[in-house]
Design a protein around this ligand. Sequence first.
Ligand code: SF4
Ligand code: SF4
Ligand code: FES
Length: 315
Amino acid sequence: MIKVTIDNIEIEVEPGTTILNAARRIGGKVVPPTMCYYSKLKGSGGKCRTCLVRVAKGSAADPRPMPKLVASCSTMAMDGMVVENQTSPEVLEARKGVVEFLLTNHPLDCPVCDQAGECDLQDLSYAHGDGETRYEEERRTHSLTDLGPYITLNKNRCILCYRCVYVADQITDGRSQGVLFRGDHSEISTYIEKAIDNDFSGNVIDVCPVGALTDRTARFKSRVWFTKPYDAHRDCPTCSGKVVVWAKGDEILRVTGRKDEFGEVEEFICNTCRFEKKQVSDWVLEGPRHISRKSVISLNHYENIDKLKETTKED
Ligand code: SF4
Ligand code: SF4
Ligand code: FES
C-alpha cells in the first residue's frame, strides 16, 4: 500500500490508484468534480479538466512539486504524495476558468432543459463558476437530432466528454459514433444513430453529464423535481432489471439506471426496461430512492410509497 495526503487527510491506497480515486476513498469535499471520467468506462477521463489538482509534493522519493496542475482522474498517486484540491486557491481559480470554458458555447437552456435539476454542469457552475458571463459573442449552434424513437441529441449542450462514445464502444455491440472535426469545430457525430438498435444504447442518456442526450419518451413531461424516484426491479432476461422509476402521481414518467454517490450508474440497464416498461404493474417497488447529493430533487422529501403500491395491487 502507498500513503497519499489530499487536503491534509492521509489515506492508504493500492499502488496504481489515481489521485481522484484516492480522494473518492476519503469522500466529501476532498473529491474533485468530474465531468468526463466514469469509473465503469475504460479510457474515460482526461478531457474536461474539471478534476485539476495541485501536487505540492510528488512523492517521498522525489518531493518536488509538479510544475503544473494535473488532472486527478488520470494521474497516479505516489507514495508520500501531497495533493491540494479545495485547499489550493490556484486550483479553485483554475476550476473557475474551466467552468467558464465549458459554458462558452453552452446555451441558456436550463429553463427548458430536461436535465435541469440533475445536471452535473449546473451543479459545477453553481459550486465553481462565476455569477456573470464575460462572453458576448454569438454562440455556436446546431439543430436537434432525433436518434431514433427513444433518444434526442442536442449538440449545443454537449461538452464533448466522450462518455457516450465509450458506452457505444464498450457496452453496445459495436462502436458507430465518435467526435468529428477538431478544436472548436468538434462535435459528436450523428453517426451515433447506428447505436440505437442495440439493447443497451439508452445508457448514453444516463452517462451524459448534461442535457445533450435525453429520453424522448420522457421529454418535457415534467421537471425532475416534481417527480419521485423509487428503487424498483423486474425479472429481466437482458439486464439486472434494477432501476429507478420516476413517478408523478401513479404514473411512471421515466426509468433510469441507479446512480452511486459520484453520479455513476451502478448497473447498466437495457432499452426494454428503460423505454418500454412504464406501467407501475411492470415493476416490484422497493422504496424511495435517496438522492444523496445536494440537488433540488432532494428537497422533494417523501417516504410514502403506499399509494403507488396500491396501484400495483389494483393492476
Ligand atoms: S445541460 Fe445543464 S446547464 Fe445546460 S441547459 Fe441543460 S440543465 Fe442547463
Ligand atoms: S453527448 Fe453527452 S455524453 Fe456524449 S460527448 Fe456530449 S456531453 Fe458527453
Ligand atoms: S474528470 Fe478528469 S479530466 Fe475530466
